[in-house]
Design a binder for this molecule. Sequence first.
Ligand SMILES: [Zn+2]
Length: 469
Amino acid sequence: MRKTTLLFIPGFFIGIIFLILTSCQPSTPAKETESYNEEDARMIKMIFDEALENGKAYGWLEHLCVEIGPRLAGSENADKALDWTESLMKSENFDQVFRQEVMVPHWERGTKEKAQIVGSGEVLNVLALGGSIGTGSEGVQGEVIEVQSLDEVDELGEKVKGKIVFYNRALDQKHVSTGAGYGGAVDQRSGGAIRAGKYGAIGVVIRSVTSAFDDAPHTGMMNYEDGVEKIPAAALGFQSADKLAEALKKGPVELFLQMYCQWFPDAPSANVIGQLDGSEKPEEYIVVGGHIDSWDVGQGAHDDGAGCMHSVEALRILKAIGYQPRHSLRAVMFMNEENGVRGGKKYAEIAKGKNEKHILAIESDAGGFSPRGFGISGADESLDKLRSWLPLFPQNTISFINKGGGGVDVGPLYRETNTPMMGLGVDPQRMFDVHHSPNDVFSTVHRRELHLGAASLAAMIYLVDKYGL
Ligand SMILES: [Zn+2]
């Protein structure tokens, strides 16, 4: 059993980043300045043409999702994804392709979970939350007590003792930016077991944090706290949560929960990095990355195979149009964003140790949907300049630059080395329909949308490489 004090909460931070990135109004149209010239307009047209006509990211993503599949840190599939992305970047003739070794947490779901309403025999769709302890084959069984918030558990106190706490607050659909809705509900997933465990509950189920109304349960990281009894925690599909709530309206309900998940010792893994060497300042870097690990259900297509393929594709496009970067450009396949961020931390540790100068670190982890804008943290003085480039992006592909944003994997670099971090913002309507669920599969990704995201990243990298922040 792995002992941890309040694990890092990637999912929650994603929510916050989405919120920051998407809750602000799009910027007003950019002022015309002399911050770019006709050559830039030509180059950016070439970037978009290359992406839309000859884009490779979609085919690559198909391989990653369909041939390799889900790839939780520490799994055999995660290793396969590292090998494959390494050979991919070599086959694209990147100047350097290398690994950064890192030990990662290793948790496995095991045999499929089961949740059943005792008596009626009603079976509910359920997934263990990432990091939860299992129940063993004997399962746990107890009366269900429904709450809408962590605070309500505090109010109930000892009344939850011996019971299974059902967190039933849904994602608030009123937010146009679904990330804000996600951020407003995910505390039940990340902190629900700690709060219920404090008062002697024997298990936790949550309504999945999803914008969809289907019955696919959505997993994601949950946490334990030293000194608080660890109890099993699982997510119910949206419709299954409805069924449980309906049953509770009629009277007391007993739930049987069986989960075989367990922790194993940390496993060796790595980040994989592909680099185009800079022609003028090769010791200064611009990073673009996504996380190559995914949850163990679905195929990790939007979260975050898309961001990884975006990153490799952005560099491929720049190479294909014959652009010679001034700074070294890196596409980083970060490992273990979902349940530990060890890859992001390792990248920052090495960068700091080697005193590497990073100009900017961009992350794509919002899905492979139509690009909309960028959010940036740590470079407030650059906002006017960045916004002045907006007219270069065709057809409002990128229509805003917001203050705030970045990504979970580039966060450590931002905090440890003060490197400005940026996140690609995309159309947020569908991400939380599929995020962390069996529905995050390749067939939900649209070729042109994915390629427009890669083009937007390539164009931003081109501009920052040429003009700085
Ligand atoms: Zn992600």
